[in-house]
Design a protein. Structure first.
Ligand code: ADP
Length: 250
């Protein structure tokens, strides 16, 4: 479990996170929405110690992240807005193996995790592929696989759909949905909630604070006022696989 208590984070005089308290249960899929600059990225970077609180605290499984960021990072995996920022190797397999290698696991265990993580994102057997030759959607899935290979309790994905075309987005969403059904917890930072009505909860930030929270259907009508695009929760389901926007553009 992730517990955020009265968190304040400042950049200079500005309070990017201004008194946030939030709990994320194991296995929960939480969407963190809100307009650009509302403090989402700053908030989630406290979950694994990439940033430290100016005031308040963040606990993972009851222990303050500030006391043991290494432990927090094994519990809370994170991918960044641009997946290319997370890659450390030229090929898919080497990249996904990098985290587990740093945990000092056996080769057999590392290989198992790489295989299963790639399979979870539908990239089975692509170990030897060069990352720079992959599509944007495939790169996003490699980044998710790299985080999954750490077998964290929570996976934080910061704008995982940015820059993806609709089919790639659909493919990533579908994978997340299945992983969630299998018990992985997610915090997905996104200002675009299309196709994500299956999530457990939405938390909307505004000006560094939590402005609204609720299950997807409960919160929908409040979203436009909070700078979040109305979702069409299950837009991509069904036979067409085409979002409202794409359909309108035809
Ligand atoms: P979001 O993820 O919702 O777009 P951010 O957490 O990135 O919001 O930003 C919140 C606020 O903090 C914004 O006003 C942004 O300009 C500011 N900010 C973010 N990162 C930095 C930084 N490294 N230095 C100074 N200001 C920052």
């Amino acid at each position: 479990m992730i517990e955020v208590r009265d968190l304040i984070h400042r950049y200079g005089e500005e309070r990017a996170v201004d008194g946030v308290s939030l709990e994320v249960a194991d296995g929960e899929c939480l969407l963190l929405a809100g307009a650009n600059g509302s403090g989402k990225t700053t908030l989630v970077r406290h979950f694994n110690g990439l940033l430290e609180p100016d005031e308040g605290s963040v606990l993972v499984d009851g222990r303050p992240v500030a006391e043991d960021a290494v432990r927090a990072r094994t519990r809370v995996g994170m991918t960044f807005q641009d997946p290319r920022d997370s890659f450390v190797s030229a090929t898919v397999g080497a990249d996904v193996a990098f985290g587990p290698e740093n945990l000092g696991l056996t080769r057999t265990e590392i290989d198992r995790r790489v295989r299963e993580s790639l399979s979870a994102v539908n990239l089975d057997g692509r170990e030897e592929a060069r990352i720079d030759a992959l599509s944007g959607g495939e790169q996003a899935r490699v980044a998710v696989a790299g985080a999954l290979a750490m077998e964290p309790d929570h996976l934080v994905l910061d704008e995982p759909f940015a820059g993806l075309d609709w089919p790639s987005r659909r493919s990533v969403v579908e994978r997340l949905r299945r992983l969630h059904a299998d018990g992985t917890g997610f915090v997905v930072v996104t200002h675009d909630l299309r196709d994500l009505g299956w999530a457990d909860r939405v938390v909307v930030m505004r000006d560094g604070r939590i402005a609204a929270t609720g299950a997807p259907p409960e919160i929908e009508e409040r979203l436009p006022d909070l700078g979040v695009r109305p979702p069409g929760w299950n837009e991509g389901e069904g036979s067409t696989g085409v979002g409202r926007e794409d359909a309108a553009a035809r």
